[in-house]
Write a protein of this length. Structure first.
Length: 78
């Protein structure tokens, strides 16, 4: 489960890590982080899933979405 607020806080930390060179930019880039910021917002997430979700369902879907996307970028990111 991941709330919108928690997601924003954690993605901000990821963006900082990329900017400071702590994360390999080949695996995750600023444009990718920006895309994740947008895609994990409630309306965008529901559009991606294709259905209306209540708060708890959105939090669960958001966590699954992020887990999947980060796995695609490499095992060291999740």
């Amino acid at each position: 489960m991941m709330t919108s607020e928690e997601t924003m806080d954690l993605l901000s930390s990821v963006r900082l890590g990329v900017n400071l060179g702590l994360l390999e930019e080949k695996k995750i880039t600023i444009p990718t982080v920006n895309e994740l910021f947008l895609q994990t917002q409630p309306a965008h997430l529901q559009k991606l899933i294709g259905t209306s979700l209540d708060g708890e369902e959105r939090n669960s879907a958001r966590a699954r979405f992020l887990r999947t996307r980060l796995r695609e970028m490499g095992p060291n990111l999740n």
